[in-house]
Design a protein around this ligand. Structure first.
Ligand code: C2O
Ligand code: CU
Ligand code: CU
Length: 505
C-alpha cells in the first residue's frame, strides 16, 4: 500500500468511525483499533494446485494494547483466503500446531466424505493431514473451519476459520470485478464479546447455549471498525457469516441498492437487486455495490429482529432472555472511495452464467425436525449442563434432530449416490441455519411460499424459520467411516447435538 493511501486512510478513519457511531451502538463505548487496514493474506493455488496451512495458537489485539488468546491458520487469527481452480486435484497440507486436536472441514466444497474434514477426521496435536481435494464445481465463495465434535464453537470463535474461493478465471469475461483486494473483496463477518479489560472471551452461559453465543462488537476479517478503500465504481463483496450464532441483516447506511450475484454455491443466473440481505451463520453471499455514488457504511439490524423467533419461542425467551446488546442498527464495515484506485467495472452485468435448477424428480422424502424444545421438556438446564459435561444430570435431551442428539457411532441416513431427495426441515422455537456437507441444494419453498431472494440460488446452508423444503442432489460418496454431516450452524447448537450424519453410496 502506498504511503499516500496509508495517510488517506489514517486521516479519514476517525471521521468514518464517528459517523458510523462505532463503539456507541453496542455494550457501551469502547476504544477500537484505530487503523484497520491489513487485508487477509491470500494463497493463490490456482496454478500450483497445492496449498499448506498451519493451525497455530497466538495472540490478537482486537482492542489496542490488550492481547486476546486466539487461534488461526498461518497467523494468530483466522486464515488466508485460499483460491483454487476447478477441474484439478488440489493437494492440501494441514499442519496442527495448536496443541489441541482439531479437524478442518471444507464447508461447501463438493468432495468425497473421506477428505471432507468432519469430526471423523481429527488431526492430533503436532500432526499433519494431507487430503487431495478433487475440485470440480462452479465458481463459489466457500470456507474452511475447525469441526471437532463438541468443540466446533470454541475453536471457530477462537479463530480457526478462513475463506476458500473456487475461481475459474473467467470473471472478467462475465463483466465482474476481478482484481482481488481492489474491487473483489472478502469480508468475514463475526462478532466478539470482551471482558472489562478488553480481552475477547468465550464463556457461554445458559442463555448463550440456548440462543447461540452473540458478541457485542461486530468484526470484519478479525477487525472491529473495519474499513475498506474502494474505487469509485462497482465492487464485488464476498460475504461470509463466520459468526457462531449472529444473524447479520445487512443494508447500506444510505439504503443504496446492490446486486446479489451469488449465493453459497455460486452465481445466480442473473443479478437480483436488493436493499437488504440477511446472512445467517455459515452462509455466503456475493454482492456488487456501486461506489460511484460515494462512501457508504454497511450496517446490520440487531439479531433480535431477524432470528426467526416463533410463537412457541416466546416462552423460551421469557426463561432465558436473548443476550443481544444491540438495540439499533449497528455498523459492520465502512467503505471509503479512494480516488487513486481506478474503477474497471461500472455496470452490473445483465446476466450471469449460474446454472439453472435441473435437479429432476426426487426419489425420496425425508423429514428433519430440529429439536429445540428439549430444554423445556427434558429436564431444563440440568439436562443441558449434563450434555455439556458441566453438571451431574445426564440423559435429558437438550438439542437434537428427530429426537436424538448427535452420536459419532450412529448413522442417521443412507442416500443413493446420484439421486435427488426432498428434505423437509423444520424447527419449533427459533430459526436455525441448516447446513449439509458434500452437497448443494435448492430451496423449493419456505413455509409453503416461494423462497426469499437470498435463498433463490444454489445453497448449502439455509436459515430454517418454521419449515423449509429442499431439493438436495447427492453426487459425492461418503462411507460409514467418513460420513457427511447435516447440522445447525449455530455452533453452540451443533456442539450440543443438533447434528446428524449420513452415508452416500
Ligand atoms: Cu460449516 Cu459442518 O460445517
Ligand atoms: Cu460443511
Ligand atoms: Cu440451531
Amino acid at each position: 500500500m502506498s504511503q499516500n493511501r496509508r495517510q488517506f486512510l489514517r486521516s479519514s478513519v476517525a471521521s468514518a468511525l464517528c459517523l458510523a457511531g462505532w463503539g456507541g451502538a453496542g455494550g457501551g463505548a469502547r476504544a477500537l483499533a484505530a487503523v484497520p487496514e491489513a487485508p487477509l493474506p491470500v494463497i493463490d493455488a490456482t496454478t500450483t494446485n497445492a496449498f499448506e496451512i498451519t493451525a497455530v495458537a497466538g495472540e490478537t489485539e482486537f482492542m489496542p494494547g490488550v492481547p486476546s488468546r486466539t487461534l488461526g491458520f498461518n497467523r494468530p487469527y483466522l486464515g488466508p483466503v485460499i483460491r483454487v481452480r476447478p477441474g484439478v486435484d488440489v493437494a492440501a497440507t494441514v499442519v496442527n500446531r495448536t496443541g489441541v486436536p482439531i479437524s478442518v472441514h471444507w464447508h461447501g466444497l463438493l468432495v468425497p466424505g473421506n477428505v471432507d474434514g468432519g469430526p471423523h477426521q481429527p488431526i492430533p496435536a503436532g500432526e499433519t493431514w494431507r487430503p487431495v481435494l478433487p475440485v470440480a464445481q462452479p465458481p463459489a465463495t466457500l470456507w474452511y473451519h475447525a469441526h471437532t465434535h463438541g468443540e466446533t464453537a470454541p475453536r471457530v470463535y477462537a479463530g480457526l476459520a478462513g475463506v476458500l474461493i473456487v475461481d475459474d478465471g473467467k470473471d472478467r469475461g462475465r463483466g465482474l470485478p476481478a482484481r482481488f483486494g481492489v474491487d473483489d473483496l472478502v469480508l468475514v463477518l463475526q462478532d466478539k464479546r470482551f471482558d472489562a479489560a478488553g480481552e475477547a472471551v468465550y464463556r457461554p452461559g445458559d442463555a448463550d447455549l440456548m440462543h447461540g453465543f452473540l458478541g457485542e462488537v461486530a468484526m470484519v476479517n478479525g477487525q472491529p471498525g473495519a474499513r475498506f478503500a474502494v474505487p469509485a465504481g462497482m465492487v464485488r463483496l464476498r460475504l461470509l457469516n463466520g459468526a457462531n450464532a449472529r444473524n447479520f441483516d445487512l443494508s447500506f447506511s444510505d439504503a443504496r441498492p446492490f446486486a446479489l450475484i451469488a449465493t453459497d454455491q455460486g452465481l445466480l443466473p442473473r443479478p437480483l437487486t436488493l436493499t437488504r440481505l440477511r446472512l445467517t451463520p455459515g452462509e455466503r453471499a456475493e454482492l456488487l455495490v456501486d461506489f460511484a455514488g460515494g462512501d457508504a457504511t454497511l450496517v446490520s439490524a440487531p439479531h433480535a429482529e431477524t432470528r426467526g423467533m416463533m410463537p412457541m419461542g416466546g416462552m423460551m425467551h421469557d426463561m432465558l432472555p436473548l443476550p443481544e446488546t444491540f438495540t439499533a442498527p449497528f455498523p459492520v464495515a465502512a467503505f471509503v472511495v479512494d480516488p487513486s484506485l481506478s474503477a474497471e467495472v461500472s455496470t452490473t452485468p445483465a446476466a450471469l452464467d449460474g446454472e439453472a435448477d435441473d435437479l429432476g424428480t426426487p426419489t425420496a422424502t425425508r423429514r428433519f425436525v430440529l429439536d429445540d424444545m428439549g430444554m423445556m421438556m427434558g429436564g431444563g438446564m440440568a439436562g443441558m449442563k449434563g450434555m455439556m459435561g458441566q453438571g451431574e444430570a445426564a440423559g435429558a435431551m437438550a438439542f437434537g434432530i428427530n429426537g436424538q442428539a448427535f452420536a459419532m457411532d450412529r448413522l442417521d441416513a443412507d442416500v443413493a449416490r446420484g439421486s435427488t431427495e426432498r428434505w423437509i426441515v423444520s424447527g419449533m422455537m427459533m430459526g436455525h441455519p441448516f447446513h449439509v456437507h458434500g452437497v448443494r441444494f435448492r430451496v423449493v419453498s419456505e413455509n409453503g411460499a416461494p423462497p426469499r431472494a437470498e435463498n433463490s440460488g444454489w445453497k448449502d446452508t439455509v436459515f430454517v424459520e418454521g419449515e423449509a423444503e429442499l431439493l438436495v442432489h447427492f453426487d459425492q460418496p461418503a462411507s460409514a467411516t467418513y460420513p457427511f454431516m447435516f447440522h445447525c450452524h449455530i455452533l453452540e447448537h451443533e456442539d450440543l447435538g443438533m447434528m446428524g450424519q449420513f452415508t452416500v453410496s
